[in-house]
Design a protein around this ligand. Sequence first.
Ligand SMILES: *[C@@H]1O[C@H](CO)[C@@H](O)[C@H](O)[C@H]1NC(C)=O
Ligand SMILES: *[C@@H]1O[C@H](CO)[C@@H](O)[C@H](O)[C@H]1NC(C)=O
Ligand SMILES: *[C@@H]1O[C@H](CO)[C@@H](O)[C@H](O)[C@H]1NC(C)=O
Length: 422
Amino acid sequence: KQGLCLFQWETSLPAPMFSRNDVSIWSILKKCIGMELSKIAMPVILNEPLSFLQRLTEYMEHTYLIHQANTTTDSMERMKCVAAFAVSAVASQWERTGKPFNPLLGETYELIREDLGFRWMSEQVSHHPPVSAFHAEGLQEDFLFHGSIYPKLKFWGKSVEAEPKGIISLELPKYNEAYTWTNPTCCVHNIIVGQLWIEQYGNVEVINHKTGERCSLIFKPCGLFGKELHKVEGYILDKSKKKLCAIYGKWTECLYTVDADTFDAHKKSDKKNSEEKKSECLIRPEEMPLPDGDTVQVIPGSELIWRIVPRPDNSAEFYAFSTFAMQLNELEEGMKGVLPPTDCRLRPDIRHMEKGDMDSASAEKKRVEEKQRLSRKNRSKSSEEWKTRWFHQGTNPHNKAQDWLYSNSYWDRNYSLLPDIY
Ligand SMILES: *[C@@H]1O[C@H](CO)[C@@H](O)[C@H](O)[C@H]1NC(C)=O
Ligand SMILES: *[C@@H]1O[C@H](CO)[C@@H](O)[C@H](O)[C@H]1NC(C)=O
Ligand SMILES: *[C@@H]1O[C@H](CO)[C@@H](O)[C@H](O)[C@H]1NC(C)=O
């Protein structure tokens, strides 16, 4: 089992990405406006060489924030860490315009990172609608992190919107606390012409079910003036909705906390100033709003709670991956006998794409998708039903919503009766 602990991390992928410039995306998509994209076969060149299960694992890049929450005795301070973790979990989406591969039914992914103090596993538990369930735990038993995500993709002509339906839960056993939240909506703009860019917007409410405290955050849409691009702000409230402190920053960069009154006073004066300046820079929808150069404007008295790790220098050549993402598909010799045969690392189409062999990637993608279709057809003819292996459907104990619950046995590594999906 220790074979999964890697010390020599990759710092690039085997081959750089292809240019997407010569693909006529429009010819594929024009028939599909308003449709759900999971039902449309997309050319592999629009992908990145990771499965959606691997992309989800990127939630864990800033796990230190959870460890920090565990070691903090004040519940408001813990909420700051958890809120920062919730925001940091979507930071890896910045500039990631490639589409991850749709996981096949029964596909799994695991990751053990002793250096970051967690182990993670996930399973594709439903095909239509596509649902991915995950379960992670602190290696020193300081947390549990789990959820099920149903990424609902919609095509709107010039953009693709991904609404990540599903609940995310974090438990801190030491405090007998559970927090839940949902992720913001992610939108990829200019998929037909112009430069692709990514926006996240919507409300995210992190609830501490034990104390009734909540952190209510808004991921701001970029707005007509581009001024709000990437901004996140909100408050931590106690159970009677009294503001305890403000949180602000950018999901692409950093987050600060500051006293709520100071924050409100600052916003008021900032609003006055910007009304005077409002004029020149109205952006047209097909343009990418330029970040205003200024990074987050720090209000005096603020405390930094999270800052993003810079992307590696070669990131642009490799699908805008972070260092964490570059390592997700690594398959060392020692791992081959240990991983279940359903692990994403063994998926042939993703592996070919990673090596830059697009023709084989495309052919293999078609083959495994066809195999999936055939085995579904076979099941429909018999009385056999698909059985998820590591999760079962149930009620989330904290907010009573429908969820997928971990069956607690993955790490026993009993792989008997696993399906042959590749
Ligand atoms: C979690 O916090 C408690 C209390 O501060 C501490 O005793 C314990 O070692 C922490 N666990 C980890 C893994 O940091
Ligand atoms: C479907 O059933 C046929 C006939 O029983 C079998 O040959 C084939 O391997 C099955 N395919 C899959 C993908 O299960
Ligand atoms: C492995 O799982 C199978 C099927 O669930 C079960 O029948 C078997 O007893 C398990 N083996 C061990 C060693 O636990």
